[in-house]
Design a protein around this ligand. Structure first.
Ligand SMILES: *Cc1c(COP(=O)(O)O)cnc(C)c1O
Length: 391
C-alpha cells in the first residue's frame, strides 16, 4: 500500500478484515463510554487525541474514515465533523482569536460567508472578503493581524478558479494559516498540500457520502502541528459525527473514484451541449477550454466534478420557472454530489460584497448525476423548449 494510487487507497484504506472475523468492512462502533481495565490504563490514556478513550474524541469508525481521507489528500491527519459547515466553523474557530483579521474569498459558499460576517464578527474577528482572482495581489490586503486566508476554488456558484499557490505563498509570508474548501476539487482532483495549503476542508455530504443520505464534514491538516491545534479545538467544541453517518462516508469513498469519473464525463457532455444552445449565454465550467479559469484549472487540477452553472440569455422569471418546474430527471433542491442530477436557480450577484458579479441573464446551477447523459440532455432539451415558448 506504500505507493498505492488513489483508486487503490479508496478501495482498501481503513479496512482491517483480520481484526474483524475476516469481514471486509469495518464495524460501526456506537460508543460513548470506553472502559478501562485498571487505573493505570485509564491514566495512561490521559488526554491523548489518538487511541480510543471516549466516543466524542474518536472511535475506530471515525479514525478509519479520517485515515482514508488524510491519505488521499496527502495530509497528516483529519478530523471528522457532523456537516461540511461544521467542518468549516471548527477549522476557523481553531485558529482565530478576538482582534484577528481574516481574508475570505468573495466567491465563498453562502453559509460560510454568514458564519464569518455574523458569528465571527460577534466574537471580535474581522472577516474581509477579497476578489477570488486576486492571486499574488492579495498581499496588499494582508495586515499584521491577518490570521487566516480562506479559499474556495472553484467557487461552488460562480466557478472562478483561484491561483491557490500564489495566494498561499503571500499568506505564508505573512504567517497566516491557509484554509481551502476543497469540496469541488475532491481529494482526487486537487491536492491542496502540494499547493501551499495548511488545512483542507470538505463537505463530505457531497461526493464522499455520495448518495444524498447523510450530513458529514472532514478537515485534513497538512502537518502534525496544525493537526494538534485543530484537534484540540475540535475537542473543545465537541465536534464529532454520528457513527452511522461516518460509516456512510467511508462506504461512499469506496466507489468515489468510479462515480467521479462518470460525474465528470456527463457534466462535460452536458456543458458542451448547453454551450451550443441559443438560449444559453455562457457555460461556467473550468474544464471547458474557453472558460476564464481554464488555464489555472489545467495547471493545478487533475479532473472536474459534476457541478457547473449556466447563464441564460436575458429572459423573464416566468420563463426560467417554466424551464425548471417541468424537469423530469433533474431534481430541484440544495446540495450536490449525490448519484442524482440536480438543477437550481442561483443568484450570486446578491452575495458579493468585495466584487461585483456581472450577469445579464438568469443563472442556473446543474449537478450531473449518474443517469444516462442522453436522457439528461433530452430532459434539458424539453426544458429549454418550455423556456423558449414562455419567453
Ligand atoms: C454543501 C457545501 C458546504 C456545506 O456542507 P454541509 O454538509 O451541507 O454543511 C460547504 N462548502 C461547499 C462548497 C458546499 O457545497
Amino acid at each position: 500500500m506504500k505507493n498505492a494510487s488513489p483508486d487503490t487507497i479508496l478501495t482498501h484504506a481503513g479496512n482491517d478484515p483480520q481484526a474483524n472475523f475476516g469481514i471486509v468492512n469495518p464495524p460501526v462502533y456506537h460508543a460513548s463510554t470506553v472502559l478501562f481495565p485498571t487505573v493505570a490504563a485509564l491514566e495512561e490514556a490521559g488526554h491523548s487525541f489518538d487511541g480510543v478513550r471516549y466516543g466524542r474524541i474518536g472511535t475506530p469508525t471515525s479514525q478509519a474514515f479520517e485515515a482514508t481521507v488524510a491519505r488521499l489528500e496527502g495530509g497528516f491527519k483529519a478530523v471528522t465533523a457532523p456537516s461540511g459547515l461544521a467542518a468549516i466553523s471548527t477549522a476557523l474557530l481553531a485558529f482565530v482569536s478576538a482582534g484577528d483579521h481574516i481574508l475570505v474569498t468573495d466567491s465563498v459558499y453562502g453559509p460560510t460567508r454568514l458564519f464569518c460576517s455574523d458569528m465571527l464578527k460577534r466574537l471580535g474577528v474581522e472577516a474581509e472578503f477579497y476578489d477570488p482572482l486576486a492571486g499574488a495581489g492579495i498581499e496588499r490586503l494582508i495586515r499584521p493581524n491577518t490570521r487566516v486566508v480562506f479559499l474556495e476554488s472553484p467557487g461552488s456558484l460562480t466557478f472562478e478558479v483561484q491561483d491557490v499557490p500564489a495566494i498561499a505563498a503571500a499568506a505564508k509570508k505573512a504567517g497566516a494559516i491557509v484554509m481551502i474548501d476543497n469540496t469541488w476539487g475532491t481529494p482526487l482532483f486537487f491536492k491542496p498540500f502540494d499547493h501551499g495549503v495548511d488545512l483542507s476542508i470538505h463537505a463530505a455530504t457531497k461526493y464522499m457520502v455520495g448518495h444524498s443520505d447523510a450530513m458529514l464534514g472532514v478537515i485534513t491538516a497538512g502537518t502534525e502541528e496544525v493537526w494538534n491545534r485543530l484537534k484540540r479545538n475540535a475537542v473543545q467544541l465537541g465536534t464529532c459525527a454520528g457513527p452511522d453517518d461516518v460509516y456512510l462516508g467511508l462506504r461512499g469513498l469506496r466507489t468515489m473514484g468510479a462515480r467521479l469519473r462518470q460525474h465528470q464525463d456527463t457534466a462535460l457532455a452536458l456543458a458542451r451541449w448547453l454551450q451550443a444552445r441559443p438560449e444559453v449565454a455562457r457555460v461556467l465550467h473550468p474544464a471547458l477550454p474557453d472558460d476564464p479559469g481554464h488555464a489555472l484549472w489545467k495547471r493545478d487540477f487533475t479532473g472536474a466534478c459534476g457541478l457547473f452553472a449556466i447563464e441564460l440569455k436575458p429572459c423573464s422569471a416566468a420563463a426560467v420557472a417554466s424551464f425548471l418546474d417541468g424537469m423530469e430527471l433533474f431534481g430541484m433542491g440544495y446540495s450536490w454530489g449525490g448519484y442524482e442530477s440536480l438543477i437550481l436557480p442561483i443568484h450570486p450577484e446578491k452575495l458579493r460584497t468585495a466584487t461585483r458579479w456581472r450577469t445579464d441573464g438568469p443563472m442556473v446551477r446543474l449537478h450531473a448525476g449518474l443517469e444516462d447523459p442522453d436522457d439528461l440532455i433530452a430532459d434539458l432539451e424539453r426544458g429549454l423548449a418550455r423556456l423558449a415558448a414562455a419567453a
